[in-house]
Design a protein around this ligand. Sequence first.
Ligand code: PGA
Length: 255
Amino acid sequence: MRRNLIAGNWKMNKTAAEGVALARELKDKLSGQCCCCNGPQVLVCPPFTTAAAVAAELKDSCILVGAQNIHWADNGAFTGELSGAMLKDLPVGWVIIGHSERRQYFGETDETVNKRTKAALKHGLHPIVCIGELLAEREANQTNAVLEKQVRGALAGFTVAEMATVVVAYEPVWAIGTGKVASNEQAQEAHAFIRSLLVTLFGTDVAGATRILYGGSMNAQNAAGLLAQPDIDGGLIGGAALKAADFATIVAAAK
Ligand code: PGA
Protein backbone atom coordinates (compact mmCIF):
# COMPACT_ATOMS: atom_id res chain seq x y z
CA MET A 1 0.00 0.00 0.00
CA ARG A 2 1.56 3.29 -1.08
CA ARG A 3 1.11 6.25 1.20
CA ASN A 4 0.00 9.40 -0.59
CA LEU A 5 2.44 12.32 -0.69
CA ILE A 6 1.12 15.84 -1.13
CA ALA A 7 3.99 18.15 -2.04
CA GLY A 8 3.83 21.91 -2.50
CA ASN A 9 6.23 23.46 -5.00
CA TRP A 10 6.39 27.10 -4.03
CA LYS A 11 8.64 27.90 -7.03
CA MET A 12 10.11 31.45 -6.87
CA ASN A 13 7.51 32.74 -4.43
CA LYS A 14 7.65 33.88 -0.79
CA THR A 15 10.35 35.68 1.12
CA ALA A 16 11.33 34.13 4.45
CA ALA A 17 8.76 36.17 6.39
CA GLU A 18 6.00 35.39 3.88
CA GLY A 19 6.97 31.72 3.85
CA VAL A 20 6.83 31.48 7.63
CA ALA A 21 3.36 33.05 7.61
CA LEU A 22 2.16 30.51 5.01
CA ALA A 23 3.77 27.62 6.90
CA ARG A 24 2.10 28.72 10.13
CA GLU A 25 -1.28 28.93 8.45
CA LEU A 26 -0.80 25.49 6.92
CA LYS A 27 0.26 24.00 10.23
CA ASP A 28 -2.93 25.33 11.85
CA LYS A 29 -5.16 24.06 9.07
CA LEU A 30 -3.51 20.63 8.94
CA SER A 31 -3.25 19.99 12.64
CA GLY A 32 -4.92 16.68 13.29
CA GLN A 33 -5.58 15.85 9.66
CA CYS A 34 -2.29 14.84 8.09
CA CYS A 35 0.87 12.87 8.24
CA CYS A 36 1.10 11.97 11.94
CA CYS A 37 -2.31 10.33 11.94
CA ASN A 38 -2.24 7.90 9.03
CA GLY A 39 -3.04 10.63 6.54
CA PRO A 40 -0.85 11.49 3.57
CA GLN A 41 2.70 12.69 3.96
CA VAL A 42 2.80 16.44 3.48
CA LEU A 43 5.79 18.33 2.10
CA VAL A 44 6.49 21.95 1.21
CA CYS A 45 9.37 23.05 -1.05
CA PRO A 46 10.08 26.77 -0.61
CA PRO A 47 12.90 28.68 -2.32
CA PHE A 48 16.36 28.05 -0.81
CA THR A 49 16.43 31.39 0.99
CA THR A 50 13.08 30.71 2.64
CA ALA A 51 13.58 27.04 3.47
CA ALA A 52 15.55 27.49 6.72
CA ALA A 53 12.94 29.77 8.27
CA VAL A 54 10.12 27.49 7.11
CA ALA A 55 11.93 24.41 8.45
CA ALA A 56 12.31 26.15 11.83
CA GLU A 57 8.63 27.07 11.86
CA LEU A 58 7.60 23.47 11.01
CA LYS A 59 10.14 21.76 13.25
CA ASP A 60 7.60 20.32 15.65
CA SER A 61 4.94 19.63 13.05
CA CYS A 62 4.61 16.65 10.74
CA ILE A 63 4.98 18.80 7.61
CA LEU A 64 8.21 17.99 5.78
CA VAL A 65 10.42 20.53 4.03
CA GLY A 66 12.27 20.17 0.73
CA ALA A 67 14.24 22.20 -1.81
CA GLN A 68 13.72 22.75 -5.54
CA ASN A 69 17.14 21.79 -6.92
CA ILE A 70 20.49 20.23 -5.99
CA HIS A 71 23.87 20.20 -7.72
CA TRP A 72 25.66 16.90 -8.36
CA ALA A 73 29.04 18.01 -7.05
CA ASP A 74 29.89 18.26 -3.36
CA ASN A 75 31.57 21.66 -3.81
CA GLY A 76 33.51 23.68 -6.37
CA ALA A 77 33.21 26.33 -9.03
CA PHE A 78 29.47 26.13 -9.74
CA THR A 79 28.21 29.69 -9.30
CA GLY A 80 24.61 29.85 -8.15
CA GLU A 81 24.26 26.16 -7.31
CA LEU A 82 23.84 24.35 -3.97
CA SER A 83 25.24 20.96 -2.93
CA GLY A 84 23.54 18.18 -1.00
CA ALA A 85 25.46 19.06 2.15
CA MET A 86 24.23 22.65 1.86
CA LEU A 87 20.64 21.48 1.52
CA LYS A 88 21.08 19.39 4.62
CA ASP A 89 22.32 22.52 6.40
CA LEU A 90 19.03 24.28 5.76
CA PRO A 91 17.85 21.63 6.83
CA VAL A 92 15.69 19.90 4.25
CA GLY A 93 15.16 16.20 3.62
CA TRP A 94 13.61 16.29 0.14
CA VAL A 95 14.40 17.82 -3.22
CA ILE A 96 12.50 18.37 -6.48
CA ILE A 97 14.68 17.49 -9.49
CA GLY A 98 14.19 18.10 -13.21
CA HIS A 99 11.06 20.20 -13.01
CA SER A 100 9.92 21.16 -16.52
CA GLU A 101 10.66 24.82 -15.76
CA ARG A 102 14.28 23.82 -15.07
CA ARG A 103 14.33 21.78 -18.29
CA GLN A 104 12.69 24.59 -20.29
CA TYR A 105 14.51 27.67 -18.97
CA PHE A 106 17.76 26.38 -17.46
CA GLY A 107 18.94 23.66 -19.81
CA GLU A 108 18.21 20.70 -17.56
CA THR A 109 18.48 17.38 -19.42
CA ASP A 110 17.80 13.76 -18.55
CA GLU A 111 21.52 13.41 -17.95
CA THR A 112 21.73 16.30 -15.46
CA VAL A 113 18.54 15.07 -13.80
CA ASN A 114 20.23 11.69 -13.38
CA LYS A 115 23.35 13.27 -11.85
CA ARG A 116 21.35 15.45 -9.49
CA THR A 117 19.22 12.49 -8.41
CA LYS A 118 22.33 10.44 -7.68
CA ALA A 119 23.67 13.32 -5.57
CA ALA A 120 20.41 13.51 -3.62
CA LEU A 121 20.61 9.80 -2.80
CA LYS A 122 24.27 10.11 -1.84
CA HIS A 123 23.34 12.78 0.69
CA GLY A 124 20.35 10.92 2.06
CA LEU A 125 17.81 13.28 0.51
CA HIS A 126 14.53 12.04 -0.99
CA PRO A 127 14.39 13.03 -4.67
CA ILE A 128 11.18 13.86 -6.50
CA VAL A 129 12.07 13.29 -10.14
CA CYS A 130 9.84 15.21 -12.57
CA ILE A 131 8.93 14.04 -16.05
CA GLY A 132 6.22 15.00 -18.51
CA GLU A 133 5.46 15.67 -22.14
CA LEU A 134 4.91 18.94 -24.02
CA LEU A 135 1.56 19.64 -25.65
CA ALA A 136 3.04 19.14 -29.14
CA GLU A 137 4.40 15.76 -28.07
CA ARG A 138 1.00 14.66 -26.74
CA GLU A 139 -0.71 15.83 -29.90
CA ALA A 140 1.81 13.89 -31.98
CA ASN A 141 1.09 10.73 -29.95
CA GLN A 142 4.58 10.77 -28.52
CA THR A 143 3.63 10.89 -24.84
CA ASN A 144 4.75 7.36 -24.00
CA ALA A 145 7.96 7.64 -25.99
CA VAL A 146 8.86 10.88 -24.20
CA LEU A 147 8.05 9.45 -20.78
CA GLU A 148 10.08 6.34 -21.51
CA LYS A 149 13.11 8.36 -22.58
CA GLN A 150 12.85 10.55 -19.49
CA VAL A 151 12.39 7.65 -17.07
CA ARG A 152 15.22 5.62 -18.58
CA GLY A 153 17.50 8.67 -18.64
CA ALA A 154 16.71 10.03 -15.20
CA LEU A 155 16.88 6.69 -13.44
CA ALA A 156 19.77 5.13 -15.38
CA GLY A 157 22.12 3.12 -13.21
CA PHE A 158 20.01 3.07 -10.07
CA THR A 159 19.82 -0.05 -7.97
CA VAL A 160 16.64 -1.54 -6.61
CA ALA A 161 17.72 -0.43 -3.13
CA GLU A 162 18.29 3.16 -4.28
CA MET A 163 14.86 3.26 -5.88
CA ALA A 164 13.29 2.83 -2.44
CA THR A 165 13.61 6.56 -1.75
CA VAL A 166 12.83 7.88 -5.23
CA VAL A 167 9.48 9.52 -5.94
CA VAL A 168 8.44 10.21 -9.53
CA ALA A 169 6.22 13.15 -10.49
CA TYR A 170 4.32 13.04 -13.76
CA GLU A 171 3.71 16.62 -14.82
CA PRO A 172 2.35 17.13 -18.33
CA VAL A 173 3.98 20.44 -19.28
CA TRP A 174 0.78 21.72 -20.92
CA ALA A 175 -1.03 21.41 -17.59
CA ILE A 176 1.51 23.28 -15.44
CA GLY A 177 0.31 26.68 -14.33
CA THR A 178 -2.24 26.78 -17.15
CA GLY A 179 -5.39 25.76 -15.30
CA LYS A 180 -5.68 23.02 -17.95
CA VAL A 181 -5.58 19.85 -15.87
CA ALA A 182 -5.17 16.37 -17.34
CA SER A 183 -8.40 14.39 -17.13
CA ASN A 184 -8.47 11.64 -14.53
CA GLU A 185 -8.24 9.10 -17.38
CA GLN A 186 -5.33 10.83 -19.13
CA ALA A 187 -3.40 11.06 -15.87
CA GLN A 188 -4.14 7.47 -14.85
CA GLU A 189 -3.08 6.20 -18.27
CA ALA A 190 0.26 8.01 -18.05
CA HIS A 191 0.85 6.87 -14.47
CA ALA A 192 0.08 3.25 -15.35
CA PHE A 193 2.51 3.49 -18.25
CA ILE A 194 5.23 4.92 -15.98
CA ARG A 195 4.63 2.12 -13.49
CA SER A 196 4.92 -0.46 -16.25
CA LEU A 197 8.30 1.06 -17.17
CA LEU A 198 9.39 0.73 -13.55
CA VAL A 199 8.40 -2.95 -13.67
CA THR A 200 10.61 -3.42 -16.73
CA LEU A 201 13.54 -1.53 -15.23
CA PHE A 202 13.40 -2.51 -11.56
CA GLY A 203 10.89 -5.32 -11.10
CA THR A 204 7.41 -5.55 -9.65
CA ASP A 205 8.32 -4.88 -6.01
CA VAL A 206 9.98 -1.54 -6.76
CA ALA A 207 7.28 -0.59 -9.25
CA GLY A 208 4.57 -1.44 -6.77
CA ALA A 209 6.18 0.57 -4.00
CA THR A 210 7.26 3.69 -5.94
CA ARG A 211 5.05 6.69 -5.49
CA ILE A 212 4.07 8.51 -8.67
CA LEU A 213 2.68 12.00 -8.06
CA TYR A 214 0.55 13.96 -10.50
CA GLY A 215 1.37 17.63 -11.08
CA GLY A 216 -0.20 20.25 -13.30
CA SER A 217 -3.03 22.51 -12.16
CA MET A 218 -4.09 20.17 -9.36
CA ASN A 219 -6.39 22.18 -7.11
CA ALA A 220 -8.98 21.94 -4.36
CA GLN A 221 -11.71 21.09 -6.90
CA ASN A 222 -10.03 18.42 -9.02
CA ALA A 223 -7.73 16.75 -6.48
CA ALA A 224 -10.17 14.12 -5.22
CA GLY A 225 -10.85 12.74 -8.71
CA LEU A 226 -7.18 12.55 -9.60
CA LEU A 227 -6.13 11.06 -6.27
CA ALA A 228 -8.81 8.37 -6.57
CA GLN A 229 -6.97 6.88 -9.57
CA PRO A 230 -5.19 3.63 -8.71
CA ASP A 231 -1.74 4.71 -9.93
CA ILE A 232 -1.80 8.30 -8.63
CA ASP A 233 -0.10 8.42 -5.25
CA GLY A 234 -0.23 12.11 -4.48
CA GLY A 235 0.36 15.47 -6.05
CA LEU A 236 3.05 18.04 -6.79
CA ILE A 237 1.17 21.28 -6.47
CA GLY A 238 2.28 24.74 -7.58
CA GLY A 239 -0.28 27.54 -7.55
CA ALA A 240 -2.68 25.92 -5.09
CA ALA A 241 0.17 25.27 -2.64
CA LEU A 242 0.46 29.03 -2.08
CA LYS A 243 -3.01 29.15 -0.53
CA ALA A 244 -3.18 27.36 2.82
CA ALA A 245 -6.90 26.61 2.58
CA ASP A 246 -6.62 25.09 -0.91
CA PHE A 247 -3.55 23.05 -0.02
CA ALA A 248 -5.30 21.75 3.12
CA THR A 249 -8.31 20.73 1.01
CA ILE A 250 -6.00 18.76 -1.29
CA VAL A 251 -4.39 17.07 1.72
CA ALA A 252 -7.85 16.14 2.99
CA ALA A 253 -8.70 14.69 -0.43
CA ALA A 254 -5.62 12.45 -0.20
CA LYS A 255 -6.66 10.73 3.00
P1 PGA B 1 0.76 24.12 -10.90
O1 PGA B 1 2.30 23.70 -10.84
O2 PGA B 1 0.05 23.33 -9.84
O3 PGA B 1 0.75 25.59 -10.65
O4 PGA B 1 0.28 23.75 -12.28
C1 PGA B 1 2.68 22.37 -10.60
C2 PGA B 1 4.17 22.25 -10.68
O5 PGA B 1 4.75 22.93 -11.52
O6 PGA B 1 4.81 21.50 -9.95
